[in-house]
Design a protein around this ligand. Sequence first.
Ligand code: ATP
Length: 285
Amino acid sequence: MTHVAAGAARHGPGPLATMGAVTDLDDLVVRMSGVTVRRGRNELLADVDWNVELDERWVVLGPNGAGKTTLLRLAAAELFPTSGTVDLLDERLGKVNIFELRPRIGFSSGAFAARVPGDELVRDVVVSAGYAVVGRWREEYDKIDIDRAMELLGAMGVEQLAERTFGTLSEGERKRVLIARALMTDPELLLLDEPAAGLDLGGREDLVARLSALAADPDAPAIVLVTHHVEEIPPGFTHALLLREGRPVAAGLVDDVITAENLSKTFDQDLLLERSGYRFFARRR
Ligand SMILES: Nc1ncnc2c1ncn2[C@@H]1O[C@H](COP(=O)(O)OP(=O)(O)OP(=O)(O)O)[C@@H](O)[C@H]1O
């Protein structure tokens, strides 16, 4: 195992855990080797090698169309690579029953949010993850599951919304409810696709703080967070992968990877990077 201290100390220098450095194969939650995803003549991902260990919290950054969602959908067992291999939780994609694998992975995405019926009770949106469904199919859930759903809604600061319908929530409230749902099955891997998209400044800051607290929890699963913005990197996230046109620009510890030079390459802009405490801010030079 790569030993990285919990919480804010995760940003400090530590052993490299990916891309050619020391890894303990037993602790690998995601292992991608030579992964290419092709659609027609388009290479959505090209020859990607990427490992995630169980105590790591990754942020994946890149411009629109860089392949971030494609990468996350592979990690969620929603897509298969055109070539290369993807191992998730010790199972090889293509050789495992994905319906057994998926409950072990929590995935929150805008695409999923769009599928939740607007008249579904918030509590049911969360609790139904344990039954791998969405849409009210079962009026009676077990008390232990409802208690857990309420606890997770509480951890995301939205327990007071439990009896509201999903369709009446604001964007920020929906995002938090869907993160609670993604955690409902006690997953070994948590995938968050742009959880701060569409949030106002207060909503974003609140979410960043909650994700930072989750990152510091030693019982939390491995986390992969996709974002466009360095401002949204929660303190405590340990690793970063920068993607551009389907290819990694850099991957490794946050402090090594989040640099003005790497970001300028990734976003094809001359960028200035500032740091305040454990937060990052970027703008054009
Ligand atoms: N089925 C498809 N056929 C052809 N091209 C596709 C297909 N699906 C996705 N693409 C293209 O693949 C590229 C990568 O898409 P992806 O959604 O992974 O990018 P992204 O980094 O998540 O982008 P964004 O930040 O805009 O959400 C995009 O250029 C997209 O248009």
